[in-house]
Design a protein around this ligand. Structure first.
Ligand SMILES: O=C(O)[C@@H](CO)OP(=O)(O)O
Length: 410
């Protein structure tokens, strides 16, 4: 099956124009009551509104109608990689994002520190979002308790907040399979699940995962809030076509959270250093400004629009949107030839998790047509000239608006 990336590679050409892709993680939302306003519509966003009135708007479904994307597939779609073809587990994204190298046959898995109540019922899938320092303290405890499991080396790393990474090393033995079920139920009020192998190569991995969960809970018995571990997204390291090669671009990633840096690194983007804590918006603007002349594509990631939605905090998400709006003029001052404002999925506070709802897309360039949209909101976007599209349409549209694509065919 011809891959869109192959077609784009044949059409792409180097030019001096610059593309800035801003991903507001989880930006799409829902009104709290029927016919009410979403978080985006509620937010006061004068700068986004002004930009929208001079841009083309539409909406994107990152994987397909009715499908709720994880951040990984959502981003791969935005980068032009069909998420149904290019599959990678969270484990590899997190591991690569924190600089852990995986060898042949190793398996990495994404962990959540969680709060377990009576009968091991999951009370909080994120253990109250502990600090990175608390995370590191817990990782230290687990490293002391679990250096290996029946001779299989086990490595445990802090990612951020409630997130951690475990790597099971093949250590010269048979490759460990990554085809097994999650421990993380991605819900509260139920117990962690028992990992089950879906093929013979993953039987050992499932045994290792279940043994880790048992030993970790024993080691964390004295902890009041961080006393459980949930696993999802097992994977080895995939080899994806290079983003720079497919688009003839020099691409840079500006993100704070390791998983997004891992994803960008997997497709070959340069991951720029961002100073600051948490979502570090000032540090990201600084990194963008300092490196503006060195690249012609920038992926600029904003995380807290997702986290606040996942915490079910409508007003907090509104505030994070308004905070981004306030820094938008600094991005526009760099005068990108093309800027896109988009998200990798919706995370409505009402659902407190990702959802299938299309995400608003804004593209600003000098080659747009008249567009009826007057704001960057879910409803207004669908009045735009771009209509409803797949996430994999975004990069070709940005390349076209940057005059970076030759004509297809004679
Ligand atoms: O890591 C995260 O920020 C989120 C979304 O990807 O995962 P979780 O719901 O486990 O916090």
């Amino acid at each position: 099956m011809s891959d869109l990336l192959d077609t784009i590679r044949d059409l792409a050409k180097k030019t001096d124009s610059k593309i800035l892709m801003v991903v507001l993680d989880g930006i799409g939302g829902l009104p709290l009551e029927l016919n009410g306003d979403t978080e985006l519509a509620t937010a006061k966003t004068p700068n986004l509104d002004a930009l929208a009135r001079e841009s083309q708007l539409g909406a994107v479904e990152l994987v397909g109608a009715g499908i709720t994307p994880g951040s990984g597939p959502g981003h791969l779609s935005l980068f032009g990689y069909d998420p149904l073809k290019y599959v990678v587990g969270r484990g590899a994204l997190s591991a690569v994002g924190i600089g852990v190298k995986l060898g042949a046959g190793d398996v990495a898995v994404r962990g959540n520190f969680a709060t377990l109540g009576k009968d091991r019922i999951v009370d909080d899938r994120r253990a109250g979002r502990p600090s990175d320092e608390k995370n590191a303290e817990i990782v230290g405890k687990l490293r002391a308790a679990i250096a290996d499991i029946d001779g299989t080396p086990v490595e445990i790393y802090t990612e951020s907040e409630h997130r951690f990474v475990v790597v099971f090393r093949a250590d010269g033995g048979p490759a460990l399979g990554a085809n097994l079920s999650d421990v993380d139920p991605q819900a509260t009020g139920v117990q962690p699940m028992t990992a089950v192998a879906h093929d013979d190569a993953s039987v050992k991995t499932a045994d290792l995962v279940n043994a880790f969960v048992t030993r970790a809970e024993a080691a964390l018995q004295g902890e009041s809030q961080v006393n459980g571990v949930l696993f999802r997204g097992y994977s080895d390291v995939p080899h994806f076509p290079s983003f720079d090669d497919a688009y003839q671009l020099r691409a840079a990633c500006i993100a704070s959270y390791p998983m997004y840096k891992g994803l960008a690194s997997l497709v070959g983007m340069d991951v720029l250093t961002v100073e600051g804590h948490e979502d570090a918006l000032d540090g990201k603007v600084q990194a963008l400004t300092d490196n503006w002349s060195k690249y012609d594509f920038f992926y600029f990631h904003v995380k807290k629009t997702d986290s606040t939605g996942e915490d079910g905090d409508f007003q907090a998400k509104v505030k994070k949107i308004e905070l981004f709006d306030q820094l938008l003029p600094q991005l526009l001052a760099l005068n990108p030839d093309v800027i896109a404002i988009v998200g990798d999925h919706s995370t409505p506070s009402k659902l407190a998790t990702h959802s299938w709802h299309p995400v608003p897309l804004l593209i600003h360039s000098q080659y747009g047509r008249k567009d009826a949209a007057t704001r960057y909101t879910e409803d207004e976007a669908l009045r735009g000239s771009l209509g409803l599209r797949r996430g994999t349409d975004v990069m070709p549209l940005l390349m076209a608006n940057a005059l970076k694509l030759n004509k297809y065919g004679a």
